[in-house]
Structures are given as structure tokens and as C-alpha cells.
Design a protein around this ligand. Structure first.
Ligand SMILES: NC(=O)C1=CN([C@@H]2O[C@H](COP(=O)(O)OP(=O)(O)OC[C@H]3O[C@@H](n4cnc5c(N)ncnc54)[C@H](O)[C@@H]3O)[C@@H](O)[C@H]2O)C=CC1
Ligand SMILES: O=C(O)CCC(=O)C(=O)O
Length: 526
């Protein structure tokens, strides 16, 4: 049975799902060295933001197949290191969207009305109504930095509260922003004009200290900034100074450059700064959502199925996967087959997407074909995550072509591989949307379903050759399940595709190529 380590607090709903297919150990609060020591036993690791999955931990995770982040941000996982090792990294892109958006809105209102400090003063026995005079958000301008899932929800609620909306997001269109009632502007303008600024962007090298002394200096002295996205997007020292010097109206932070927050100037600032301990996703609903979402993906991957939200398998979104699922196996089978026909080192793989596939997203099919192609070399070590990297590292050039005019089948794939030993090609399609058929080998039309053990010959189409091959195989006790010849002209060159019940015994290939008329023979295990 597989083993899953859960190293951060995860809702029981997720543990229950994992327990259907694996032994689950919940060990929270592990130090990095402790995690390194035990991670080698586990097939999957499930985390929240508390565990930092470094390259060292990934290297030690020799059995790891998947890392599941029960949340959105995967900045606490060394994703490139996981990808190199073929480990799938999944997250829950939507499970905590509402929770994080509502936390940002709560921060905005709390800041405007000084709720945390007013509450603390009443609890101290005071009745101070002067210090805590606030400001309305109605008709004020909210600047949303990052108009993705969380930013959009914040914008929708803020609009309903009567706020004017500016947005900065270089990756969305003006039309999309307008649909959400936002005017898309540059960051500088947003910083200058907004009364409230809320950040909803990932932490990347480009967004680290995006908000710094210079950008803070552009804000109105009354404006307030909220960060419920990631620590480090705001330069904390510059922010503390700006608040202390009264250069801005205030800030609310849920996330910090280093978590848990240690010694910091931020702790000593008064009512114009609100701090929460990374609570954006901490609602009962969100924790159930993300635990189920990620646990289901871990379960699926452990069962050999694809994950719906893998962050390191480009182009494998759930909608694309659903559409291409039947063709993925076709691409993988053809890749495996052509790799074995070519033998040796492959230098170039030409992939032609034909018919209806010509208009589809092709990346998953290319990855599946490469996974098949590399199977002989890497066996179980190649998967959808690392197939492209492995191909690149082996110097395999991938050329993609589209041919919408090919109409024999709704959609078909043609793979041509060139290696040090020569060039071979295979074409395949789906019958009845499901059943894989080989429709062409080396330019010769055939129509056979692939089987586990196959023999292909390139021969001269002449009387007696099939009989001779049949007798030879019989003399080696090889049972033929099916056989088909593909030829272009009568008595010209031809290809024979045989499905056999067992692997070919040693030495028989040489005997086959000695049969007069047979030029080449290839045995394949799929
Ligand atoms: N405090 C908490 O507990 C939580 C924090 N988060 C964080 O919130 C952030 C946003 O999450 P989602 O909305 O789900 O992500 P998302 O991927 O839906 O949206 C992010 C948006 O940021 C934009 N963006 C990327 N780089 C940018 C840049 N340099 N400048 C401006 N915009 C840029 C993207 O185009 C996208 O529209 C993430 O960092 C996530 O980790 C998410 C959930 C809970
Ligand atoms: O696990 C958590 O509570 C943090 C959530 C978060 O920051 C995220 O989903 O990106």
C-alpha cells in the first residue's frame, strides 16, 4: 500500500480520502532535518503553507510521486526540483478563493473603522469614541493589484459596496477588466489614485518587493494597503517606515517575508497597522474544500490517473485533459512503438496532429508521445511531468505539424522518429472514440489494434512469404494472434504487422531476416 505523509494540519475530510488508497501518517511541525530523514518512505506528501519543501527534501524523497499543496501558492515548494525528479506538484486553485477574498475585504473594513484596536480598548475597560473615528469605503477608489480569482471576487464585492475600481494586471485584457467593472491602469497610476490598495498576485522574482519605498511614496497620505497574497511582495522595512512617518494611512498584512513573524518593527506600530497570522484561507469551508481537492488528486495519482490541477505539467488543465484523454494513450503508444522501431538514440521526433486534432491544444499530446518514446530508456522514471525535460536533456528535437485536411479519421496522430539507426514512422487513430488502431507503419497502410507483443517485417510482397514466416514462428513455438499486410502496390514493398501471444525468443529475429524477401524485422513490446 502507498504511504502518504501529511506534514501540516489538514481537514479530516482529506485524510479520509487518502486513507482509501494509502497509509496516512500525520506528522506536523517537523523540522527540515526530521522531514529529510523520513521522507524517503513516502509516495506522497501533503502540505499547507507551513512546510517548506526544499530541493534537499525532494532529493531525499526517493519514492515521492506527488506533492499536494492544500491551497493556492506553491512558493513553498521547489517546483523545478520536483519537476526534474518527475514528481507531480498539485494545488487547489479555487478551494480558498472566497476565504482569501473575504479576509482582504475584512482587513479593508477593519482598517477603515479601527475595529481591532477599538475592540481591544473596550476589553481593557475604556470607552474611547474619539480615537477610533473611521472612514467610509463608499465612493472611495480601490486599486486591485492582480485581477485573478481572488482579486476578481474582491472587486465584485467592493463594487457592490459602491467603490470605484482600478486594477493593475499586465496579463489580463482591458475588456476582461471592464467586465469586472475595473479600469485597467499602470501600477504607478493605481498607487497614486487609490484610497485602498489590495494585493492579489503570486510571489515571483518580478513581484518580490514590487511595493517598495519608491512605490509607497506614490500613495496618498491617507491611502491604506492590504496584503493577503504573499509576504515579500511588500518591502516590510519600507512599509514600517512609511506608516511610522505618516506617509501613508495604514496597512493590513496577513502574510510576511518570514513566517511565523519574528522580531519586527511591524509589531510596535499602532492602530494604522493590522496584522493577522496568515489567516486568509482559514475558514472551515475553505479548509474542507482544499483538503478534498488535493487529497482527491493525490489519490488519483497514486492510482495512476492524471491530476486535474498539476502546476508542473503545462497545458494539462482539467478541460484540456477531458477533451484529449482518449488521444493521450494513442500518443503514448505511438511514441513507444516508433521509439522501438527506430532503436538506439532518437534525434528528432516529428509529430503531426491530423484532422480534428489539428485545432486542439497539442502540448499534452506531445508530452504523452515523448513519454512513450522515452519509455524504453527510462521505464517508470519517465512520466508526464519530466518527459519534456528528459527529451530536451537527451537533445531530442521535437517538430510539431498540423494537418487539418487529413480526414480518414476524426483525428489521428502521425509520429516520425529519426535516430542514429534510421527513420521510422507510425500513424494511429481511434475507432469509436476509444479503440486505438495503427493505421500506417513506415508509409504502408494497415489497420490493426496494437497488442502487447508485436512483430513488424519490411518485405517484398511475393507468394509464399507469409507461409514461410508462419512456419518459422511455429518452429519456435510462437503463436500468432493476428496478422495483416500493408502494401502500396502489388508485388512491391510491404509491411507485415503480427500480434503474437508471447515475446519473441532470442535469436529468432536473425532467422526471420534470413527468409528470402524479408529485408527487416522488428519486435516490439507495448
Ligand atoms: N493569505 C492566504 O491565506 C492566501 C493567499 N493566497 C495568495 O493569493 C494570491 C492570488 O491568488 P489567486 O487569485 O488565486 O491567483 P490567480 O492566479 O487567480 O491570480 C493572480 C493574478 O495575478 C496576476 N499577476 C501575475 N503576476 C503579476 C504581476 N507581476 N503584476 C500584476 N499582476 C500579476 C495574474 O495575471 C493573475 O490574474 C496568490 O499569491 C496566493 O498564494 C491565496 C489563498 C489564500
Ligand atoms: O494553507 C494556508 O492556510 C495558506 C493558504 C495560502 O496562502 C494559499 O493557498 O496560497
Amino acid at each position: 500500500m502507498s504511504k502518504v505523509l501529511v506534514s501540516d494540519p489538514i481537514d479530516q475530510a482529506g485524510i479520509d480520502i487518502l486513507s482509501q488508497v494509502a497509509t496516512v501518517d500525520v506528522k506536523t511541525g517537523l523540522k527540515p532535518a526530521e522531514l529529510i530523514e523520513i521522507i524517503g518512505e513516502y509516495d506522497a506528501l501533503m502540505i499547507r503553507s507551513g512546510t517548506r519543501v526544499t530541493q534537499e527534501i525532494i532529493e531525499a524523497g526517493t519514492q515521492l510521486k506527488i506533492i499536494g499543496r492544500a491551497g493556492v501558492g506553491v512558493d513553498n515548494v521547489d517546483v523545478p526540483a520536483a519537476t526534474r525528479k518527475g514528481i507531480v506538484v498539485v494545488n487547489s486553485p479555487e478551494g480558498n478563493t472566497i476565504a482569501a477574498a473575504e479576509h482582504a475585504l475584512a482587513m479593508m473594513l477593519s482598517l477603515s473603522r479601527h475595529i481591532p484596536d477599538a475592540n481591544a480598548s473596550v476589553k481593557r475597560g475604556e470607552w474611547d469614541r474619539k480615537t477610533f473615528v473611521g472612514a467610509e469605503v463608499y465612493k472611495k477608489t480601490l486599486g486591485v493589484v492582480g485581477l485573478g480569482k481572488i482579486g476578481s471576487h474582491v472587486a465584485a464585492v467592493a463594487k457592490a459596496m459602491g467603490m470605484k475600481l482600478l486594477a493593475y494586471d499586465p496579463f489580463i485584457s482591458t475588456e476582461r477588466a471592464e467586465q469586472m467593472g475595473c479600469q485597467l491602469v499602470e501600477l504607478d497610476l493605481l498607487m497614486q489614485q487609490a484610497d485602498y490598495i489590495t494585493l492579489h498576485i503570486p510571489k515571483t522574482p518580478e513581484t518580490t518587493h514590487l511595493i517598495n519605498a519608491k512605490t509607497l511614496a506614490k500613495m496618498k497620505p491617507t491611502a491604506r494597503i492590504i496584503n493577503c497574497a504573499r509576504g515579500g511582495i511588500i518591502d516590510e522595512a519600507a512599509l514600517a517606515a512609511a506608516i511610522k512617518e505618516g506617509k501613508i494611512g495604514g496597512a493590513a498584512l496577513d502574510v510576511f517575508e518570514s513566517e511565523p513573524l519574528g522580531e519586527s518593527d511591524l509589531r510596535s506600530l499602532g492602530k494604522d497597522l493590522i496584522l493577522t497570522p496568515h489567516l486568509g484561507a482559514s475558514t472551515t469551508e475553505a479548509q474542507v474544500n482544499v483538503a478534498i481537492d488535493v487529497a482527491e488528486q493525490i489519490r488519483d495519482v497514486l492510482l495512476g490517473l492524471p491530476a486535474r490541477s498539476a502546476v508542473n505539467i503545462p497545458g494539462f488543465g482539467p478541460d484540456v485533459l477531458e477533451e484529449l484523454k482518449p488521444y493521450m494513450q494513442l500518443a503514448e503508444t505511438l511514441g513507444n512503438l516508433v521509439g522501438q522501431l527506430v532503436g538506439g538514440r532518437v534525434e528528432t521526433l516529428n509529430i503531426t496532429l491530423q484532422g480534428e486534432l489539428a485545432t486542439n491544444k497539442s502540448q499534452p499530446l506531445v508530452v504523452a508521445a515523448l513519454k512513450g518514446l522515452l519509455y524504453q530508456a527510462l521505464r517508470e522514471r519517465v512520466n508526464y511531468v519530466n518527459a519534456s525535460i528528459e527529451a530536451k536533456e537527451r537533445g531530442i528535437r521535437v517538430i510539431e505539424t498540423r494537418d487539418a485536411s487529413a480526414r480518414d479519421y476524426a483525428g489521428s496522430l502521425h509520429l516520425e522518429a529519426t535516430g542514429t539507426l534510421g527513420t521510422h514512422s507510425v500513424t494511429g487513430a481511434l475507432l469509436g472514440d476509444k479503440e486505438i488502431h495503427l493505421t500506417d507503419v513506415d508509409g504502408f497502410p494497415i489497420n490493426v489494434p496494437p497488442s502487447k507483443y508485436m512483430l513488424f517485417t519490411l518485405h517484398r510482397d511475393m507468394p509464399g512469404i507469409i507461409g514461410k514466416l508462419g512456419s518459422l514462428l511455429g518452429s519456435f513455438n510462437v503463436n500468432i494472434a493476428s496478422m495483416q499486410v500493408g502494401r502500396k502496390i502489388v508485388r512491391g514493398d510491404a509491411v507485415m504487422a503480427l500480434s503474437i501471444d508471447d515475446p519473441l525468443p532470442e535469436g529468432i529475429l536473425d532467422e526471420i531476416t534470413k527468409v528470402p524477401g524479408i529485408r527487416d524485422a522488428y519486435t516490439v513490446t507495448l
